[in-house]
Design a protein around this ligand. Structure first.
Ligand code: ADP
Ligand code: MG
Length: 779
C-alpha cells in the first residue's frame, strides 16, 4: 500500500508541474483565455463546490456553453493542482462514438498534451489511453460493459453522464445501474449533464440532487410560424395534392373536404381549424395522431425554396440551416435548388449538406466561412440539432419533422417514420440561429401545431425492442428484469419487456424461470444483438466460422453496399454481381468482403470499392469486428486458439444458409410465386416487400420456398432488409428453438424422417449439432 501511495504521490507532483508549465506558456495562456470566455467558467467554483459536497449533481446549460469540454477538465485540473492528480480517475460518457473521440482530442489540445496522455478515449473497437490517463471519454455502452465485470467501478472517482436530455437507452439504463451503485460507493461522484432545462426530472430521480444551470449567451431568435411565413413570402399553397401523404390517404380526403378549393387562400385559418381536436375526433384519438396528416416537408419542397429565396433577397447576411428528415429529402431538395436561377448561382449561394454518412472533407466545409457576398445554406438532418454546432447560422428553417425509430410492442416490429419533433427539439432548432447575433427561425407549420407537439421526445427505452438490454440486465445479476426496469426514469411497457423475455427464452438464452443459461452467458459476452451472437456460436460449433463471422460483423455495423440516390440502379447491379445464383444478401456481403481482402493484397482496394459501390470505411470496421469477435470467442473457449478460421465446411453453402437461419429465426418469409413475379409473406404481417437494394428483389423467381431475414421495418408497409433463400429442410432443422428440452423434442420428432428429405451434408451437420450443442450446454 504505502509504496504504491508514494509512487502515486510522486506522479501527482509531476502532473502538477507539467500543468503549471503549460498554463504559464504563451500558447497555454491563450488557450486559458479562450476557456475563460465560455459561460461554464463563471460557474466553475460553484460547480466544484457542489460536486465536493454532494454525491450527485445535475448540470444544465445550452449546447456550446462548455459542459463537455470544461466540467470534467475542471475536476482534473483541481485534483492535479491539489497534488492528488494521480489518485483521481474520471469517466465521461457520450452517446455517440464520434463525440467521444472528438471531445477527447479537443480537451487534450486545451491541456497542451497529445491524446492518450492524461486525457484519452475508448469506443467500441478503438481507443487511445495510457497508464497516465485520468480523464477518459467513452461511449455509454463502454461504461455499461465495464459494469458487467466491475460492478463497483473500483478506482473510479467521478462519473459524468453527458447528454442525458437525449434520453438514449444506454443513458437511461446507466442511471438505474448507477443509482443502485451509489450507496455501495459513498465516495463516488456522479454528475449528470443536460442541454435542456428539465433538470428537475433527473434531480428527483436521485432523491432531490442539487441542480446547477449555466446561463448561456445566445441571442434572441424570432419565431415565425407557417401563418407568418406564408404572408412574408407570398407563397400560396395551391392544392393539397402537392402534399405527398405518408400513408394517410383517408385523412387527406377528409381534409380536402374540410378545405374547399375556393377558400384555399385563407389556408392558415383553415389548417388551424382542421387541426383542432374536434374536426378529427372521428378519425383519431388524439391531437398528436391527427397531426400526421400535415406534412410540410413534402410540399414538393417549394415552400422551403420560397423561404430560402425570401432570405437571400430580403434578409441581412448570415448562414441558413435547414432541418429536414433524411438524406433522401436532402438530396432531392439539393437537386431542385441547384436548378434555381437565384439559389443555384454558385456566386451567390454556397449549398452544403450535413448528414450522418458524410465524408470528413465535406464536414470541414460546413464550419468554414463562405466568400464575401456568398450565402451559406446547409441542408441538415437533426444531427445539426445538438451534436454539431455551426457558429455563423443566423437563419433556421425547420420542417418540424425528424426520422424516428419507434417500436410497436403489439406487433413486435420496429418502425422508421418521419414524425413530429417535440417542443424541446423545436426550441433547440430555433436556438441554433442565435449564436453570433439575433436570428430568425421559420417553422413550416402553424403555431397551433407547435402547441400540440409533445413536450419532450419519447425516451429511446420506450421506442426500441429490449432484447439486448434484457440480456445485459440478466448478466448484471440485479434480479428480475421487470423489477429492474420498473425503476427506470420512465419504465417501458410490460408488453415490450415480455416480448424481449419471450424472445430470449425462445433462443435458449434464458430458461423457464428466466435464469441465464450457459448459452445466455456466452451471448452476454458478445457485444452484438443476441440473435447474431447465437449465429456466431453456431458457426463455431459447425466449423463454418469464417463466412458467418463476416456476416455477423456486417449485420452489426451497417451495410457496406452504398446506394447513392442518383446511381441506385448501377449500385444495385454492382451488388447483384456478388450474389450470382446465391439468392442471398448475406452471401453477397461475404463475397464483397473477401474480394476486398484480395484487392487489398494487390493494392487496388480503393478502385475495388469505387467500382463496386462499397464503403471502404465500413469494410474496415467489419474487418476489425471480425478480429474482436474471434478474440472473445477464443477467450471464452468456444473457438480453438489455433483454429484456422477458414475451415473445411466454410464453403458448404447449405450449411451457411442453415446457420444464418438458426440465428435469424423467426425472421422467415414465405416466397409466393405469381405469374410474372413473386410476393412475400410473414406470419405476423401478411404481405411484406423487399428493400430495393436486396439482391433478391432483382430476380424474377427465387428457387427457394423461404427467405430468412434479420430485420424488418415498417414504413407504411413492412419491408424486409437483407435476406437469404432457404429450403424446407433447413427451416425445419435449424429454425425454431434450441432450448435443451425443446431441442430434444424436435430431434426425436424428426429422427424417423430425416433421411427422406435431407441432403447428406446437412444430415452430417444435424448429428453434429445434437452432440455439440449438448456439450455446450453442459459446460
Ligand atoms: P457543451 O458540451 O456545453 O455543448 P462544449 O464543451 O462541447 O460545449 O464546447 C464548448 C465550446 O468549446 C464550444 O462553444 C466551442 O466554442 C469550443 N469547442 C468545442 N470543441 C471545439 C473544437 N474541436 N475546436 C474548437 N473549438 C471547440
Ligand atoms: Mg456537450
Amino acid at each position: 500500500g504505502s509504496v504504491m501511495e508514494k509512487v502515486l504521490q510522486r506522479r501527482s507532483l509531476r502532473m502538477r508541474n507539467m500543468q503549471r508549465a503549460w498554463q504559464e506558456s504563451p500558447e497555454g495562456k491563450k488557450m486559458l483565455d479562450f476557456r475563460k470566455s465560455l459561460p461554464a467558467f463563471r460557474e466553475k467554483e460553484r460547480l466544484l463546490q457542489a460536486i465536493a459536497r454532494n454525491q450527485v449533481v445535475v448540470v444544465s446549460g445550452e449546447t456550446g456553453c462548455g459542459k463537455t469540454t470544461q466540467l470534467p477538465q475542471y475536476i482534473l485540473e483541481s485534483e492535479i493542482e491539489s497534488g492528488r492528480g494521480a489518485f483521481c480517475s474520471i469517466i465521461c460518457t457520450q452517446p455517440r462514438r464520434i463525440s467521444a473521440m472528438s471531445v477527447s482530442e479537443r480537451v487534450s489540445t486545451e491541456r497542451g498534451e497529445p491524446l492518450g496522455e492524461s486525457v484519452g478515449y475508448k469506443v467500441r473497437l478503438e481507443g487511445m489511453k495510457g497508464k497516465n490517463t485520468h480523464l477518459l471519454f467513452c461511449t455509454s455502452g463502454i461504461l455499461l460493459r465495464r459494469l458487467l465485470s466491475d460492478r463497483n467501478l473500483n478506482g473510479i472517482t467521478h462519473v459524468f453522464v453527458d447528454e442525458i436530455h437525449e434520453r438514449g437507452m444506454n443513458e437511461d439504463f446507466l442511471l438505474i445501474v448507477l443509482k443502485d451503485l451509489l450507496p455501495r460507493r459513498r465516495d463516488l461522484r456522479l454528475i449528470l449533464m443536460s442541454a435542456t432545462l428539465n433538470a428537475e426530472l433527473f434531480s428527483n430521480f436521485f432523491g432531490g440532487a442539487p441542480t446547477i444551470h449555466i446561463p448561456g449567451f445566445t441571442y434572441p431568435v424570432r419565431a415565425h410560424f407557417l401563418e407568418d411565413v406564408l404572408e412574408m413570402t407570398g407563397y400560396k399553397l395551391t392544392s393539397f395534392n402537392q402534399i405527398d401523404d405518408y400513408g394517410q390517404e383517408k385523412m387527406w380526403k377528409t381534409q380536402k373536404q374540410l378545405v374547399p378549393r375556393k377558400r384555399k387562400n385563407k389556408i392558415t385559418a383553415l389548417v388551424e381549424d382542421a387541426l383542432t381536436k374536434s374536426s378529427f375526433e372521428n378519425y383519431s384519438s388524439g391531437v398528436r395522431d391527427s397531426l400526421s396528416c400535415w406534412t410540410p416537408d413534402c410540399m414538393g419542397f417549394n415552400l422551403i425554396e420560397a423561404v430560402l429565396c425570401h432570405i437571400c433577397r430580403k434578409e441581412r447576411p448570415g448562414a441558413v440551416l435547414v432541418f429536414m428528415t433524411g438524406w433522401e429529402d436532402i438530396s432531392c431538395l439539393r437537386d431542385q435548388i441547384r436548378a434555381h436561377p437565384l439559389l443555384g448561382d454558385p456566386n451567390r449561394v454556397l449549398l452544403l449538406t450535413c448528414h450522418g454518412s458524410m465524408a470528413t472533407s465535406e464536414q470541414k466545409l460546413i464550419f468554414e466561412k463562405p466568400p464575401p457576398n456568398v450565402r451559406k445554406i446547409v441542408l441538415a438532418t437533426n444531427m445539426a440539432e445538438a451534436s454539431i454546432t455551426i457558429n455563423d447560422v443566423v437563419f433556421v428553417v425547420d420542417c418540424g419533422k425528424a426520422k424516428e425509430t419507434t417500436y410497436d410492442a403489439l406487433n413486435n416490429t420496429p418502425c422508421l417514420l418521419p414524425s413530429w419533433i417535440s417542443q424541446a427539439s423545436a426550441r433547440q432548432r430555433r436556438g441554433r440561429a442565435g449564436r453570433v447575433q439575433p436570428g430568425e427561425c421559420y417553422h413550416l407549420y402553424p403555431s397551433c401545431v407547435y402547441e400540440a407537439f409533445s413536450e419532450y421526445q419519447l425516451p429511446e427505452l420506450l421506442r426500441t425492442p429490449l432484447n439486448s438490454l434484457c440480456l445485459q440486465i440478466k448478466s448484471l445479476q440485479v434480479g428480475s428484469i421487470g423489477e429492474f426496469l420498473s425503476a427506470a426514469l420512465q419504465p417501458p411497457e410490460p408488453l415490450a419487456v415480455q416480448n424481449a423475455v419471450d424472445f430470449l427464452k425462445m433462443i435458449g438464452a434464458l430458461d423457464e424461470k428466466e435464469n441465464l443459461t450457459n448459452l445466455g452467458e456466452y451471448l452476454s459476452m458478445l457485444p452484438v444483438d443476441p440473435k447474431l451472437g447465437k449465429m456466431l456460436i453456431m458457426g463455431t460449433i459447425f466449423r463454418c466460422f469464417d463466412p458467418i463471422l463476416t456476416i455477423v460483423a456486417g449485420l452489426s455495423v451497417k451495410d457496406p453496399f452504398l446506394l447513392p440516390q442518383d446511381k441506385k440502379d448501377l449500385a444495385g447491379t454492382a451488388k447483384s454481381r456478388f450474389s450470382a445464383k446465391d439468392y442471398s444478401d448475406h452471401m453477397a456481403l461475404v463475397r464483397a468482403y473477401e474480394g476486398w481482402k484480395d484487392a487489398e493484397r494487390e493494392g487496388s482496394a480503393y478502385e475495388y470499392c469505387w467500382r463496386n459501390f462499397l464503403s471502404a470505411q465500413t469494410l474496415q470496421a467489419i474487418h476489425s469486428l471480425r478480429k474482436q469477435f474471434s478474440f472473445i470467442l477464443k477467450d471464452a473457449g468456444l473457438l480453438d486458439a489455433d483454429a484456422n478460421t477458414n475451415n473445411r465446411l466454410s464453403h458448404n453453402q447449405s450449411l451457411v444458409r442453415a446457420i444464418i437461419c438458426s440465428g435469424l429465426f423467426p425472421g422467415i418469409a414465405s416466397v409466393v410465386p405469381r405469374e410474372t413475379s413473386m410476393s412475400f409473406k410473414t406470419m405476423d404481417d401478411g404481405q411484406v416487400l423487399l428493400y430495393a437494394n436486396s439482391v433478391n428483389a432483382r430476380y424474377q423467381t427465387i428457387p427457394y420456398p423461404w427467405l430468412v431475414f434479420g430485420e424488418k421495418v415498417k414504413v407504411n408497409t413492412v419491408f424486409i432488409r437483407d435476406s437469404t433463400g432457404i429450403s424446407d429442410s433447413i427451416l425445419i432443422l435449424f429454425g425454431g428453438t434450441l432450448s435443451r428440452g425443446a431441442m430434444a423434442e424436435h430431434l426425436k420428432m424428426l429422427e424417423g424422417y430425416i433421411d427422406f428429405f435431407m441432403d447428406p451434408s446437412l444430415a452430417e451437420c444435424y448429428w453434429k449439432l445434437k452432440e455439440e450443442f449438448d456439450k455446450l450446454l453442459q459446460k
